[in-house]
Design a protein around this ligand. Structure first.
Ligand SMILES: [Zn+2]
Length: 247
């Protein structure tokens, strides 16, 4: 049950027909794992904390740098040099003290992911390297955890939801393979702030939809920031996928 303060705080989303009280309670009971605390996670977690997600678990081993601030808009100039996970936690609690936030300053490994993904209602991949993305996907396949994957570079963004609670769901590796192609960091290729912000924001929306049990189509959405346009590519489970189709 929501108290008066909560009814007021969440009133504008509760007015929305697709949201309702049961949807709000689903958010309050959820634990969201967010791997990476940069340009995707900044808006994603601000919106999730604002919306009233019960528990957020953050992981990142990086510190805030001056060159991050144009896109990692939850951070302030004074946060430079601080651990990203801790600095983000502070901002989320300032926004909504009712949300429980855990900040882990570490580079995630397979054991840590195995534990945390098992306890998560939904997982947001907000990282920027292919090897970690693959490890996150493997843990999500094992634990049948829904995975909301975002990526952005230069003027291009990508968003995909893998609802691995469904036995016929594709996984990240079905779509992207298991190679290391395309592992290009923002530090080398550059990134325009609102592009990564748009993708992170939609990761939050997709997570809310997943937590409220709304079906999302299995598709990869590609955003072109030059023309503000989207393309959609449907995908299917790969019967030869080495991650999710092993006998
Ligand atoms: Zn797969």
């Amino acid at each position: 049950m929501l108290n008066d303060d909560q009814l007021l705080r969440y009133s504008r989303q509760l007015m929305v027909e697709d949201f309702d009280l049961a949807g709000q309670e689903a958010l309050a009971g959820a634990r969201v794992l967010v791997v990476g605390c940069g340009g995707l996670a900044n808006p994603a977690t601000l919106y999730l904390a604002g919306a009233g997600v019960g528990e957020l678990v953050l992981a990142d081993d990086d510190a805030v740098e001056l060159s991050n601030l144009h896109r990692q808009v939850a951070f302030r100039r004074a946060d430079v040099g601080q651990h990203k996970a801790e600095a983000l936690k502070a901002q989320l609690l300032a926004l909504n003290p009712e949300v429980s936030v855990q900040a882990h300053t570490l580079r995630v490994d397979a054991d840590w992911l195995d534990r945390e993904v098992a306890a998560a209602s939904v997982v947001l991949d907000c990282t920027d390297n292919f090897a970690t993305r693959q490890r996150i996907n493997q843990a999500c396949v094992i634990h049948r955890a829904p995975l909301v994957s975002g990526a952005a570079i230069r003027m291009d963004g990508q968003l995909a939801v893998f609802d691995l609670r469904q036995p016929d769901s594709a996984c990240y590796a079905c779509v992207y393979g298991d190679g290391t192609d395309g592992d290009l960091a923002c530090s080398q290729a550059g990134i325009v702030g609102p592009v990564v912000g748009a993708i992170g924001t939609l990761q939050a929306l997709a997570a809310i939809q997943v937590l409220q049990g709304k079906p999302l189509p299995a598709s990869l959405r590609l955003f072109d920031g030059r023309t503000l346009s989207w393309r959609e590519m449907r995908f299917h489970k790969d019967p030869t996928c080495p991650v999710c189709s092993r006998p």
